[in-house]
Write a protein that binds this ligand. Sequence first.
Ligand SMILES: *[C@@H]1O[C@H](CO)[C@@H](O)[C@H](O)[C@H]1NC(C)=O
Ligand SMILES: *[C@@H]1O[C@H](CO)[C@@H](O)[C@H](O)[C@H]1NC(C)=O
Ligand SMILES: *[C@@H]1O[C@H](CO)[C@@H](O)[C@H](O)[C@H]1NC(C)=O
Ligand SMILES: *[C@@H]1O[C@H](CO)[C@@H](O)[C@H](O)[C@H]1NC(C)=O
Ligand SMILES: *[C@@H]1O[C@H](CO)[C@@H](O)[C@H](O)[C@H]1NC(C)=O
Length: 492
Amino acid sequence: MKTVVTFAVGCLLVGAARAQSSNGVVQWDIQKRKQPQDLRRLGRRNATYEEVISNEDARGGYFATCKLGTPAQDLTLQLDTGSSDIWVPDSSAKVCRDSGFRGCDLGTFNPSKSTTYLTVGQNEFDISYVDGSSSKGDYFTDVFEIGGASLSNMTMGLGIKTDIAYGLVGVGYALNEAIVGNTQETSSAYPNLPVNMMEEGLINTVAYSLWLNDLDASSGSILFGGIDTEKYHGELTRINIYPTQKLYTAFLVAFTSLGAYSPSGSDTLTSKSFPIPVVLDSGTTLSYLPTDLAMQVWKEVGAIYSSQLQLAVIPCQMQNSKGYFSFGFGGPNGPLINVTMDELVLDLTGGQPLTFNNGPYKGMDACEFGIQNFTNPPYLLGDTFLRSAYVVYDLVNNQIGIAPTDFNSTRSNIVAFASKSAHIPSATVAPDQSQVTDVPSVTSPAYSASPGFTDSAGVKGGAPGLPRAFGLAQICIVGISMTIALFSSSLV
Ligand SMILES: *[C@@H]1O[C@H](CO)[C@@H](O)[C@H](O)[C@H]1NC(C)=O
Ligand SMILES: *[C@@H]1O[C@H](CO)[C@@H](O)[C@H](O)[C@H]1NC(C)=O
Ligand SMILES: *[C@@H]1O[C@H](CO)[C@@H](O)[C@H](O)[C@H]1NC(C)=O
Ligand SMILES: *[C@@H]1O[C@H](CO)[C@@H](O)[C@H](O)[C@H]1NC(C)=O
Ligand SMILES: *[C@@H]1O[C@H](CO)[C@@H](O)[C@H](O)[C@H]1NC(C)=O
């Protein structure tokens, strides 16, 4: 997961990312890597730019094809709303040279082969992510191209010492740049990609929309500077982004309700943590909720926590379940996003399936469940949630626009933000955000939706057969057969 550590630690500072105005929209498309046909689309439409981004199952993320330097070098980089720097692996980085496994097969950058390369901060680039991975090296400027939109003076990090075999395009707030966290000075912030795009006149305001599309779909898109009204159902609703110590550094919104629905009934799930501050983070594959809430979700669907894998797992055939969860934001009468089970059951390895070797699911293939638990904030809504939503990130008004996604939509109607401080087009504001801090009483759900989740997937011996009161002692002894496991490809 690619939320940066500075946010997790919560040490943030002053100032504001500035930006001036101009006009347009920049878009690039997301495409699954499995089908590597070139979907690069037509150039400009009303000053928009589009480019292919691939959804890579094995790495669990959305990737954009970019060009760097003069002459251009091609690199495929992960798109990340949870961080704010673009960085690329240096061609001499150890992780790329000793390619024991795959090396840096998404591309590396060789600065000595770019005539426009300029080091601007030697050893000043140093980023650490919540998952423990990191990248260190120099800040530099060079030409950066995405979807035919060219930025002549883009500041980026060069990963010289890194344990990540591909670079990232962080599109979060400039105040979340690694340099700001490291210097503890907001004045260190530089114009990162969305800000630079506005300053270069490609887009009117610092804003973009993200449509990840279906888990099984081959394409989605990110649209800078505008919205696409054909990519969601109903209306966009605007909710507030919350500052951390008065500064806007992360896409932190108020998650205020969770409902479980299935053919057998519905339940309202509660948590002592509501309203839960959650970060909308496209760089994180799964979603992470407080343990008390995650455990109710698991019990509804019959997921079990494997202490061996340190992960909640579920029979793969639960992807056929007719149940779904309804996530509510911004207080009573705020937007609801329904997430169906086929978006929440993911292959564990991307390769051979693992099998439950005892317990109620003995013999069934095991999959990773899309909702996991964290003990402490930051709680994260990653791709397993974000695919079901069309999300507009407005970094000037500090608002999110959100609506249920239109999966696999092939139509497009792009509307640009009118000006720098313009609100998200066609969006109404959530009516009761002042009540966001109301804390609902914590009750135990009746689990009336639970049998419907499992029965509709043809899974027997699921949640109803599991011990009461979450019975984790018993759940933890449920094993996963590792015989053809995770490690066979790298250890043998
Ligand atoms: C560009 O915008 C104009 C005016 O809004 C519209 O009529 C036209 O269809 C748009 N073109 C494309 C290719 O979307
Ligand atoms: C390039 O960008 C940096 C960082 O924003 C800025 O300090 C510098 O003046 C810019 N250089 C040019 C030539 O525009
Ligand atoms: C979207 O397209 C993918 C790939 O064609 C397909 O597997 C999936 O079922 C579709 N999703 C919906 C909701 O139609
Ligand atoms: C989401 O689920 C709720 C509860 O069943 C339902 O009222 C609502 O219409 C659903 N929304 C969409 C967009 O399907
Ligand atoms: C998740 O929940 C399980 C089961 O309660 C617990 O053992 C584990 O420590 C939790 N993980 C985190 C990160 O809180």
